[in-house]
Design a protein around this ligand. Structure first.
Ligand SMILES: [Zn+2]
Length: 236
């Protein structure tokens, strides 16, 4: 039996993480039970349980594990991607949220083992260049996490596509990681369409640098107090 909501630790974060999970199907990023979001908590993480549809998901069902992916609270098994999320939190202390999807356009690039080239100013803004493609890694252990960390550590992009698999994004908050997942699919789709039309022109690296710098440091409502939910998110 699942603990009543009020008895589950982190009730506010559970409510937020549950709401963010509902954005995955709303934005066309997931099918059936695939895809998950986690949030870092003190010494561990909260993550979607395995095999639960987004319609059926309840805040109290989110599973609390430690950073070795061992369940601390929850009666359902955590996502089969939990070891990956835990590895990312262990290795990248600045990360507070992780999203995983098989969103179709981005995953189509991953199936071809192709990075998503930087054809668009929106990509330069959000990802600081192409979205990198990591190598193939088997599901279940820490192999995927190692590949994600190997590529994303020190990288501008908060998103990676993994060969033959799908998308992982990171952020200082789960909401920031979700935004990166939504934007990743959006630019993957446009880059795909552009490729069908002809020969899209990659942006010059110096222009990418200028766009990224402006978006990161100048663009947006810098003077206004940041709304709490925007914390850790690139201003948009
Ligand atoms: Zn997957």
């Amino acid at each position: 039996m699942t603990l009543p909501h009020s008895d589950s630790p982190y009730p506010e974060l559970r409510a937020e993480l549950h709401a963010l999970h509902l954005e995955l199907p709303k934005n066309g990023l997931v099918t059936w039970t695939s895809g998950n979001i986690s949030a870092r908590v003190d010494g561990g993480l909260l993550i979607k349980p395995s095999g639960v549809t987004f319609d059926d998901l309840r805040p109290e069902q989110l599973v609390h594990t430690d950073l070795d992916a061992q369940v601390l609270c929850g009666d359902l098994s955590p996502s089969s991607d939990t070891a990956t999320h835990a590895y990312i939190y262990r290795e990248l202390p600045e990360v507070g949220g992780v999203v995983h999807t098989h969103s179709p356009y981005a995953t189509a690039w991953a199936a071809n083992a192709r990075e998503i080239p930087c054809f668009l100013t929106a990509m330069a803004d959000e990802f600081g260049g192409p979205i990198p493609c990591g190598g193939f890694a088997l599901i279940g252990g820490e192999e995927i996490g190692r590949e994600v960390v190997r590529v994303l550590r020190g990288h501008r992009s908060p998103a990676i596509i993994l060969q033959n698999h799908g998308v992982f994004t990171v952020g200082r908050t789960p909401r920031a990681a979700l935004k990166a997942a939504v934007m990743c699919e959006d630019v993957a789709r446009t880059a795909f369409l552009a490729t069908q039309l002809g020969r899209p022109q990659p942006l010059h690296p110096a222009d990418i640098d200028r766009l990224y710098d402006r978006y990161t440091h100048v663009y947006g409502q810098q003077a206004a107090p940041a709304p709490q939910k925007e914390e850790g998110e690139v201003v948009s």
